[in-house]
Design a protein around this ligand. Structure first.
Ligand code: LMR
Length: 415
């Protein structure tokens, strides 16, 4: 029988994902000392994704109670929605009190971004999306897949290793009214360099004047200054502006990566607008995946509802943040002993990433020669360092930095 060419004959290879594609390469690598500093995951000093004690306790209580698995509502588990809304906005926030905030459970932070992107596309189809340069590697493809034209605003300055703040503001003043501006609420991914304190006032002023729609990506609560402190940016946006979106992830803060626990918050001008927003978010969820998974959301809701478990959670987040900070110090110390280049900027960066300043060629060489995997932009996940791999990583970075341009250009086989 002759096989006819099907429609699938036109399918082309899609590009490899910059982050998860690297994990695939890492998993396939037989190198005995391989280290994955690619994906943004917090590991403990044993190199394991931790099961937080607060999560274990909540999970055991749920299992002991024998919870059935019905469908959740389209917008998620009600206790979870209530708890995460109060976690983000704090008690008595005026926007919440006025009924201006819509909260829906989302399939991780990425799910929150995508539902938010689809929602904006429907009601502002001509809007462009402005991303920081650089930004999280999944932002551009995610908003492109949602049909948006992507622009960037200046952000990181490799020379000062700080923010190009003046240029950033100047660019924002020229952004057409009604555009979407994606901002990182804390622990900027990939640079670890944040907009701070009064700088946010200036950003908010321009966002208000230009009538831009801010979309905050908030995936690292507690890894910056603290659980409460890191939420302040979203609280201020909700208070000062008539419209804002926040996508939140609990993957890192609860170490619940595979449970896909996230949320999307939409702040509207008044409660009438908020009701319309909710009806549309529900429709978007229903036509994509119907309703979200329940187990992780039940765990987060249970932890946040119990004063004892909540206090334990805050303590455990502090523990993770402190370990990341100590890994930054240890790495800088080790590099100092090996090479003259100054890496002390790693100590100033916040969150679980460090923008190492290594070039694309150096990152590829480090992967091919030493099986130390980092993102080709130069981003390394410092939360994946531990007392056993620190020396090897420092050796690999030092050896890579010493490679000549010619050596960097050589393919692996010749290395
Ligand atoms: C990352 O930036 O590596 C994390 O947010 C994980 C992911 O989904 O990309």
């Amino acid at each position: 029988m002759k096989v006819e060419e099907s429609l699938l004959a036109n399918v082309k290879m899609a590009p490899r994902d910059a982050i998860l594609g690297l994990t695939e390469l890492y998993v396939a690598d037989p190198h005995p000392k391989k280290v994955n500093l690619g994906v943004g995951v917090y590991y403990d000093d044993q190199g394991k994704v931790p099961l937080l004690e607060c999560v274990r306790k909540a999970d055991e209580a749920l299992t002991a109670a024998g919870v059935a698995r019905p469908y959740l509502a389209m917008d998620g588990f009600p206790d979870y929605v209530r708890q995460v809304q109060s976690l983000l906005f704090g008690p008595g926030h005026p926007a919440v009190a006025a009924g201006r905030v819509t909260t829906v459970q989302a399939v991780g932070g990425t799910g929150g971004l995508k539902v938010g992107a689809d929602f904006i596309k429907r009601f502002a189809p001509e809007a462009a999306v402005y991303l920081s340069d650089p930004t999280y590697d999944n932002h551009r493809p995610l908003f492109e897949e949602a049909g948006f034209r992507i622009e960037t605003y200046p952000y990181y300055d490799p020379r000062t290793r700080g923010i190009r703040f003046t240029e950033m503001l100047a660019c924002m003043r020229g952004i057409p009214k009604g555009s979407v501006v994606l901002l990182h609420a804390c622990c900027h991914n990939p640079t670890g360099v944040d907009i701070r304190g009064e700088q946010w006032d200036e950003v908010m002023k321009i966002v208000a004047e230009r009538r831009l729609l801010p979309f905050l990506d908030f995936a690292y609560q507690g890894f910056g200054d603290g659980v409460e402190e890191d939420a302040q940016v979203a609280r201020r946006f909700a208070q000062a502006l008539p419209a804002a979106l926040v996508a939140m992830s609990f993957s890192k803060s609860f170490s619940l990566y595979g449970e896909r626990v996230g949320a999307l918050f939409v702040v509207a001008a008044d409660s009438g607008e908020a009701a319309k927003v909710l009806s549309n978010l529900k429709r978007m969820i229903r036509t994509n995946y119907s309703n979200p998974p329940s187990h992780g959301a039940r765990i987060v809701a249970a932890v946040l509802a119990s004063p004892e478990l909540r206090a334990l959670w805050v303590k455990e987040v502090i523990g993770m943040r402190d370990r990341v900070r100590s890994m930054r110090r240890e790495l800088v110390e080790r590099l100092k002993k090996r090479i003259p280049e100054d890496f002390s900027f790693i100590l100033q960066q916040r969150g679980i990433f460090s923008y190492s300043g290594l070039s694309r060629e150096q990152m590829v060489a480090m992967r091919e020669r030493y099986a130390v995997y980092g993102i080709e932009s130069g981003r390394i996940c410092v939360a994946a360092l531990n007392s056993r791999n620190l020396d090897y990583v420092a050796d690999s970075i030092a050896a890579t930095i010493k490679l000549s341009t010619d050596e960097l250009a050589k393919p692996r086989a010749a290395a």
